[in-house]
Design a protein around this ligand. Structure first.
Ligand SMILES: [Zn+2]
Length: 349
């Protein structure tokens, strides 16, 4: 059955709110019950009022940045209404720089190239007024009903960013790194994901070696790592400095010369500390979670949210971390804190 989504969009622009809602529902139903071939390549479609209200889009490579003209150009007579706001362009610049650093410099697999996300075509970035925090990255692929019929309903990955963030705020790069993480692994422990996403932000600011020692025993492991979220960055910064004190991953000059509109530098660092280690960690976690899935009889990529976050996986993640660290240990480390950290065994959850 053929269904012309463009026609619906025209009605959507014309009708009142109730008609709009009914039509949105019809589109959602049609998308859901289309032919087998169609559904094989399509993902679940959602309608979301907040996203639907974002009536403008700026597309830069794989990123589609959605924003609201009512927010950015409150006056309907604003002559610049049809130009893309600087903030939108600047966010796209950070995202492109982030992608190039994570993929080209660090050698990580782009989320859109991961099997888990084979359906997704774009990374949609929604500039919204968020009630909590500056950003959120979603780990599932969906299609969203959009104002613009051309961009409607594609399977996408989603990032929401607080439209109030200031220039140079590293939320876009941080959230993008979450998509890289999700592409590799189903493990969703905050100390792992938030800690390493904070570490990733240091591609855009001077690296600092953390003053906090690595955990020496199981008690410290719980206290200084497993119970942390963003603050777990201290652990990852410390590890990065121990395994890679000089920062042997060099960022090409060309990427370091990125500027925001207005002339401020993106501050891309010359060296990244611990890049190989972090990439190997996520590669290994991607293999370990498949073992966990098999052992539990779960699908490889469709875990319940509670299973993804379950603290029981801390043991598996720690074992992988130990294994990857073993590849980076040298004579100098044999009697130091890294050795103590590698000797910690968890007695069981
Ligand atoms: Zn985060």
């Amino acid at each position: 059955m053929q269904f012309n989504i463009g026609d619906v969009a025209v009605y959507l622009m014309m009708g009142n709110k109730l008609i709009q809602l009914v039509l949105m529902l019809i589109v959602a139903i049609f998308n859901h019950s289309a032919s087998a071939e169609y559904s094989a390549s399509k993902c679940k479609s959602l309608s979301n009022k907040k996203l639907y209200e974002l009536d403008k889009v700026y597309i830069r490579d794989e990123f589609r940045i959605y924003y609201s003209s009512a927010e950015f150009y409150p006056s309907p007579t604003d002559f610049s209404r049809d130009t893309v706001p600087d903030k939108v362009i600047n966010i796209s610049k950070q995202l492109v720089a982030g992608r190039r650093i994570f993929s080209e410099v660090m050698g990580m697999t782009h989320p859109l190239s991961q099997p888990r996300y084979h359906q997704a075509k774009y990374i949609d970035v929604n500039l919204l007024s968020l009630s909590k925090g500056n950003g959120l990255a979603y780990d599932e692929v969906f299609g969203y009903l959009r104002h613009d019929a051309v961009n409607n309903d594609e399977c996408v990955l989603r990032i929401d960013i607080n439209s109030k963030i200031s220039l140079g705020n590293l939320t876009p790069a941080h959230e993008l790194f979450h998509l890289y993480q999700y592409g590799y692994t189903m493990f969703k422990s905050p100390w792992l994901l938030e800690g390493t996403a904070r570490w990733a932000e240091f591609a855009f600011k001077s690296y600092r070696y953390s003053k906090q020692d690595l955990p020496k025993n199981e008690k410290e492991l719980e206290e200084y790592l497993f119970h942390k979220t963003y603050d777990a960055q201290e652990f990852w910064l410390r590890i990065a400095g121990i395994v890679d004190p000089v920062g042997k991953t060099i960022v090409p000059q060309e990427l370091r010369n990125f500027y925001y509109l207005g002339g401020q530098r993106l501050n891309v660092e010359e060296r990244i500390h611990g890049a190989d280690f972090i990439r190997e960690l996520f590669e290994e976690l991607g293999m370990e979670d498949k073992k966990v899935a098999r052992a539990n009889g779960w699908s490889e990529i469709l875990w319940k949210e509670s299973d993804q976050r379950n603290e029981i996986h801390n043991t598996s993640i720690l074992n992988v971390l130990h294994k990857v660290l073993e590849n980076h240990i040298n004579e100098e480390h044999k009697h130091g804190e890294l050795n103590d950290f590698l000797s910690i065994e968890i007695s069981g959850n």
